[in-house]
Design a protein around this ligand. Sequence first.
Ligand SMILES: [Ca+2]
Length: 184
Amino acid sequence: MTKRSTGDSRKSILVTILLSACSAEPLTPPGDVDLAPGGHSFADTLFAVERDGQITQCNGGSPSCLVLPETSCDAKLALGTNDGQRWDLGANGTLEVAFLCGFIMEHGGDAVTPDFKIWATVTDGSRAIVEVGPDPSHYQRLDFLDESDKSFALERVPGAEIVRYVRITDAGQGGVSIDAIEAL
Ligand SMILES: [Ca+2]
């Protein structure tokens, strides 16, 4: 075996390990419930939270997809499955979550079909701005979260075929609380 092929083999093994680490094993978010095993994926990582003008970076912890990153941020209530435990955005508050063990994929071709769902409670007259991106530096505005448990279609954003980050920003009135973000 040549030196190069050994290196390729090692790369292949590494990729295999990484892929298997991010397989559909049930995840257990701290303080929340199990993610749906083998089912749709839910936001698994808190990236940042802003409420009452204070920004908190929440990422960190384990890089393994078998266990959600540990975080002291209370906004972890918005991770994992829709379990009825919600994070209140607060007026002008922002929540940034990521699918680091999964992703949201546009499907349906030219047809506008729901690609992800934000499980949320939105009081009458309240709304939040929803943005998506492949990373936290390239958000594109998608739509408003202006009703509870609303589904969204990536077709509204040209070129957004796979996204991993979702940023939800209260439009000013408050009254929006997030339970979970689910890739469909
Ligand atoms: Ca929840």
